[in-house]
Design a protein around this ligand. Structure first.
Ligand SMILES: Nc1ncnc2c1ncn2[C@@H]1O[C@H](COP(=O)(O)OP(=O)(O)O)[C@@H](O)[C@H]1O
Ligand SMILES: [Mg+2]
Length: 331
C-alpha cells in the first residue's frame, strides 16, 4: 500500500508537469480525446505505463461502463500475453490505470514498416493471440478490440495485448456496437447480439492483415467497410499461403455457429488446424516460441519504438461534478 500511495503522489503532483519530468507522452487516445497513455517512473528504474482518462470526457463519450469493465477485467486476469495492471486510482478529474510498460511498440508499426509479415512470423503472433483469447474466453471475457495497434511487443519480442476498453464479461450475448470498423464481425454490424465468436472473426482479419499488409475488408469510410464485411467477399493475393488461407476462410464465416473457434470443441479446433501444425501448445504460454522480431530497446524506459504526440491542453481538464463522480463510486 505504501508503495502505491507513493506512486500516486508522484503522479498527482507530477500531472501538472508530466512532460518535463521523468514522464513522457506515448500517445493520445486513439479514438476519443478522453485518455492517453504516458510513461511514468515508479522507482528510479521501474518504468510503468499509466493510462489516464478524463472523467468528464469518459462520460461525454458514453464510455463509463466500458472503462469500469476495463479496470475490473484487468484486475481479474493474469496471462503472459496480456498486459499486467498493477494499480488503479481516481481523483476528481482523472481515472488512472497503472500497467507494466511494454517497450517494443505496437505490432502496427512493424507491420506498416515491413509491409507484410511472412508466414512464420504471422504464425508466431497468431499462436500467442490464440492462447490469450482462449484464456479470456474460458473466463467468459470477450475482448472485442483485436487489431495491430493494441498488440505490443515486449523486450524479447513476445506479444502483450493491451487496451481492454471494449472487453466485457459475456455469458450469453451482448449488443453494444463497439470495436474498429475493419475488424467488426457481421453480427456486430447487424446488431444481432454477439459473443466470443467476434474475437475469432477478428483473428481471421488480423491473420489476413499480417500476411497481406492490409485488411480483407477495406474502404475509405466505415459504411463501405460494413458493406464489404456483410457481402463477405475477400480478394486473395496470389502469394498468400494456402493453408493460412484455409484457416482465415474458416474464421471469416458469417454464420457464427459455423465459425472455427465457436463450435463445440472451441479454440481446440483452431489449435488443431494444420496452419499451426508445428506449434506445441503446451509450451506457448511459457514463451517458448522464437520471436521473429526483437525490438531495439536501449533501456527500460526507452520510448523510441512509439510515436510521440502533441501534448495539447489536457492539463486544463476540468474536475468532474459530484454527480458525475458518483457514477464512478465503484471504480
Ligand atoms: N502497457 C503499455 N505499455 C506501453 N504502451 C502502451 C501500453 N498500453 C498502451 N500503450 C500505448 O498506448 C496506446 C493507447 O492505449 P490504449 O489502451 O490502446 O488506449 P485507447 O483506448 O485510447 O486505444 C496503445 O496503442 C499503445 O501504443
Ligand atoms: Mg487502443
Amino acid at each position: 500500500m505504501m508503495e502505491l500511495r507513493c506512486v500516486f503522489d508522484n503522479v498527482c503532483q507530477g500531472l501538472q508537469k508530466l512532460s518535463n519530468t521523468a514522464t513522457l507522452f506515448l500517445d493520445w487516445s486513439g479514438t476519443g480525446t478522453f485518455g492517453r497513455v504516458v510513461l511514468v517512473r515508479e522507482a528510479p528504474k521501474e518504468y510503468r505505463a499509466l493510462k489516464v482518462m478524463a472523467i468528464t470526457q469518459v462520460i461525454k463519450l458514453k464510455q463509463v461502463e466500458h472503462i469500469k469493465n476495463e479496470k475490473e477485467i484487468l484486475a481479474d486476469i493474469s496471462h503472459p500475453f496480456i498486459v499486467n495492471m498493477t494499480w488503479s486510482h481516481k481523483d476528481n478529474t482523472f481515472l488512472y490505470m497503472l500497467m507494466e510498460y511494454v517497450p517494443g511498440g505496437e505490432l502496427f508499426s512493424y507491420l506498416r514498416n515491413m509491409g507484410r509479415f511472412n508466414n512464420s512470423a504471422s504464425n508466431f503472433y497468431a499462436s500467442e493471440i490464440v492462447c490469450a483469447l482462449d484464456y479470456l474466453h474460458l473466463r467468459n471475457y470477450v475482448y472485442r478490440d483485436l487489431k495491430p495497434e493494441n498488440l505490443l511487443l515486449d523486450r524479447e519480442g513476445h506479444l502483450k495485448i493491451t487496451d481492454f476498453g471494449f472487453a466485457k464479461k459475456v455469458l450469453d450475448r451482448t449488443w453494444t456496437l463497439c470495436g474498429t470498423p475493419e475488424y467488426l464481425a457481421p453480427e456486430i454490424i447487424l446488431s444481432k447480439g454477439h459473443n466470443k465468436a467476434v474475437d475469432w472473426w477478428s483473428l481471421g482479419v488480423l491473420i489476413f492483415e499480417m500476411l497481406v499488409g492490409y485488411p480483407p475488408f477495406y474502404a475509405d469510410n466505415p459504411f463501405g467497410i460494413y458493406e464489404k464485411i456483410l457481402a463477405g467477399k475477400v480478394e486473395w493475393p496470389k502469394h498468400i499461403d494456402l493453408v493460412a488461407k484455409d484457416l482465415i476462410k474458416k474464421l471469416l464465416v458469417q454464420d457464427r455457429t459455423r465459425r472455427l473457434g465457436n463450435m463445440k470443441n472451441g479454440a481446440e479446433d483452431i489449435k488443431r488446424h494444420k496452419w499451426f501444425k508445428g506449434v506445441d501448445w503446451d509450451t506457448v504460454p511459457a514463451r517458448k516460441l522464437q520471436p521473429p522480431i526483437v525490438p531495439k530497446v536501449l533501456h527500460d524506459g526507452d520510448t523510441s519504438n512509439f510515436e510521440s504526440y502533441e501534448e495539447g491542453d489536457w492539463r486544463k481538464t476540468p474536475p468532474a461534478a459530484p454527480k458525475e463522480l458518483e457514477m464512478f463510486a465503484d471504480f
